[in-house]
Design a protein around this ligand. Structure first.
Ligand code: 5GP
Ligand code: ZN
Length: 114
C-alpha cells in the first residue's frame, strides 16, 4: 500500500526533490530539510511503512540499520560518533508517517535526549 499522499514516498519516487545522499533498491537516504546537526540524513525504506510499529520484515529492518551505518561511514562519522533515532508516534514527536531513521552527527550529542 503505497502512500499516495506521502511526502517521503514522493521523495523516494523522485517526484519531490531532495538532497540525495545514497540509495539502493530498498532504501533512500537524503538530507533533512531542517537539520538538527551538521550532518542530518534521513534513511527511509522505499516501501511505505507508517511507523516502526507497522514493520513486519526483520530482514528489511536489519538491512536498514546497516544501510544507516553505511551513511554514517560515508559522512565521515563512524569514528567520531553519530546517533540513530526512530521517532515513533505522537509522544516521540513523529511528524512524517513513513518510517525513517535519523542519522545525526558532527557535534556532541547530549543525553538524555529532550
Ligand atoms: P520526525 O519528526 O517524523 O521523526 O521527522 C521528520 C523529519 O522530516 C523532520 O526532521 C523534518 O525536518 C523532515 N522533513 C519533513 N518534510 C521534509 C521534506 O519535504 N524534505 C526533507 N528533506 N525533509 C523533510
Ligand atoms: Zn510513504
Amino acid at each position: 500500500m503505497a502512500g499516495t499522499d506521502c511526502i517521503f514516498c514522493k521523495i523516494a519516487a523522485g517526484e519531490v526533490p531532495a538532497a540525495m545522499v545514497h540509495q539502493d533498491g530498498d532504501f533512500v537516504a537524503f538530507r533533512d530539510i531542517n537539520p538538527q546537526a551538521p550532518t542530518h540524513v534521513l534513511v527511509i525504506p522505499r516501501e511505505h511503512i507508517p511507523t516502526l510499529n507497522d514493520a513486519q520484515d526483520p530482514d528489511l529492518m536489519g538491512r536498514m540499520l546497516l544501510f544507516a551505518r553505511g551513511v554514517a561511514e560515508r559522512e565521515g562519522l563512524a569514528e567520531r560518533g553519530y546517533r540513530l533515532v526512530i521517532n515513533t508516534n505522537a509522544q516521540a514527536g513523529q511528524t512524517v508517517f513513513h518510517m525513517h531513521v535519523h542519522v545525526l552527527g558532527g557535534r556532541p550529542m547530549r543525553w538524555p535526549p529532550g
